[in-house]
Design a binder for this molecule. Structure first.
Ligand SMILES: Cc1cc2nc3c(=O)[nH]c(=O)nc-3n(C[C@H](O)[C@H](O)[C@H](O)COP(=O)(O)OP(=O)(O)OC[C@H]3O[C@@H](n4cnc5c(N)ncnc54)[C@H](O)[C@@H]3O)c2cc1C
Length: 348
């Protein structure tokens, strides 16, 4: 039995944790946020929820399908979203490609996208999960040179040392691993671990969430177009979806608008009010909805979508007892994160 630290409670970290616990190991997951799920995120507002990270996921790998089928309660949580008609729009909102027959089902979790990882982490929550625990560095344990000590801080500034780990898994985006390792033991820095991570590219994404409470008035089913989700070639916007069309989401008309990687990169440090105005303008151009939203929220994802993956499902240095997992090893999808976390745990 090994004592294993996992940094990050997204899909990959929680998948690795569940697998290693099942194999009899002692596991502690460190998560900087106050909740699990990472980029499979759900924002709760008074006007309803928004999935401002992952929009939907697909199930192609038989191991992911098996996990969904066999983890009790998961099938009830997962619903196909009838986004069967993801339109492709041109810059003015005209439909270039209509209602393609779906190649595969698009799934969402209910009541929000974060519910899947929340559900999978619930059995390990009390004994194995530390929330509000930002890992700042990984050091050699002074009491045992073959073990690792994890240093964390919480939002109230409290610092804590967690000694005695045989292994450490970093289940966070590659650039954040590089940053973490720069503050960590020279033993890891000198191991050549960092070099391949520097080649990985992950692009940002500005995401706007808007709600139109006026559209839930009697007789007004929704505003604007008949479709519920679209990819777009607009110079700012890559994706729009009507949140209120997803199962179990509430009726107030809500949209999530995601900027494309190029525009997000070019405007990464712009004033949020300017970003909101620009994305709203693009939204109106694409949907024909010019009504004033009752609520707007903006989120900046610094590391949203893998542009250049590592090309292998995980990294594992058995001598150091240090490994990495996460979607960016092999792709940019939820399923890639699952496969990566599972593959690393099985290798260990
Ligand atoms: C805008 C957007 C849209 C997307 N759309 C889709 C989609 O439609 N379909 C799809 O399949 N995928 C989509 N994805 C990708 C999908 O969300 C990811 O593939 C998946 O969630 C990645 O999981 P992960 O475990 O690898 O990483 P993450 O979910 O990023 O998990 C990492 C976790 O580590 C935590 N963390 C980071 N640093 C530290 C630290 N130092 N200490 C402690 N904790 C730390 C973070 O808070 C986070 O919880 C989208 C992502 C974004 C951002």
């Amino acid at each position: 039995m090994k004592n294993i630290a996992i940094i990050g409670a997204g899909m990959s970290g929680i998948t690795a944790a569940r697998t290693l616990i099942k194999a009899g190991h002692q596991v502690t997951v460190f998560e900087k946020s106050l909740a699990t799920s990472g980029r499979m995120a759900t924002r709760s507002t008074l006007l309803g929820n928004f999935d401002h990270g992952t929009q939907y996921f697909t199930v192609r790998d038989p191991r992911f399908a098996l996990a969904i089928k066999s983890v009790p309660g998961t099938q009830e949580l997962i619903k196909p979203w009838s986004v069967t008609s993801v339109r492709v729009l041109d810059a003015q909102g005209s439909v270039l490609e209509a209602a393609r027959p779906p190649r595969e089902p698009h799934f969402v979790a209910k009541p929000g996208m974060s519910s899947l990882v929340e559900h999978w982490s619930s059995p390990i929550k009390s004994k194995h999960l530390l929330l509000d625990a930002l890992v700042n560095s990984i050091q050699v344990d002074p009491k045992n040179k073959n073990r690792w000590l994890i240093k964390t801080s919480s939002k109230n500034g409290a610092l804590k040392n967690h000694p005695g780990f045989d292994h450490v898994i970093m289940a966070i985006p590659a650039p954040q691993i590089v940053e973490l390792l720069m503050n960590s033991a020279p033993k890891i820095q000198d191991s050549g671990f960092i070099k391949p991570l520097k080649d990985v590219e992950i692009g940002p994404c500005w995401t706007l969430m808007i709600a139109f409470p006026q559209a839930s008035q009697p007789g007004l089913a929704h505003l604007g177009p008949q479709w519920n989700a679209a990819k777009s070639t607009h110079h700012r916007i890559a994706w729009l979806s009507r949140e209120s069309s997803k199962p179990a989401r509430g009726t107030i008309e809500r949209w999530t608008i995601q900027a494309n990687t190029t525009w997000s990169s070019e405007h990464l440090n712009d004033d949020p009010s300017r970003i909101t105005a620009k994305l709203l303008k693009g939204f109106s151009e694409l949907t024909g909805i010019y009504a004033e939203p009752g609520r707007t929220e903006l989120h900046r994802w610094l590391y949203a979508k893998t542009l250049k993956p590592l090309g292998q499902p995980y990294l594992w240095d058995a001598q150091l007892g240090v490994g990495t997992c996460g979607d960016w090893h092999i792709g940019h999808r939820v399923e890639d994160a699952f496969v990566s976390g599972l593959s690393l745990a099985l290798a260990i």
